[in-house]
Design a protein. Structure first.
Length: 76
């Protein structure tokens, strides 16, 4: 992962994740966050960073692909 993507995660993606309502999943999130050992929490945070950044990039690629697929074809 590039330095930019690490910065982007810390300054954009992670704050956005903090704003998402978690009520429907609060039980499992709390159980996970409260039961992990400190070294496991670090592993969890890095794994969350990895998957969140790649999910964002997947969304960008999907949007680009849909844009190309849905644009009207130009006559030859």
């Amino acid at each position: 992962m590039t330095d930019f993507m690490r910065w982007f995660y810390a300054n954009y993606i992670r704050p956005q994740l903090g704003r998402i309502p978690r009520e429907a999943y609060q039980y499992w999130i709390s159980a996970l966050e409260n039961d992990l050992m400190p070294c496991q929490k670090e592993d969890y945070e890095k794994t969350l960073e990895f998957y969140a950044v790649h999910a964002f990039l997947l969304g960008v690629e999907t949007g680009r692909g849909l844009s190309e697929a849905l644009s009207p074809t130009r006559p030859a």
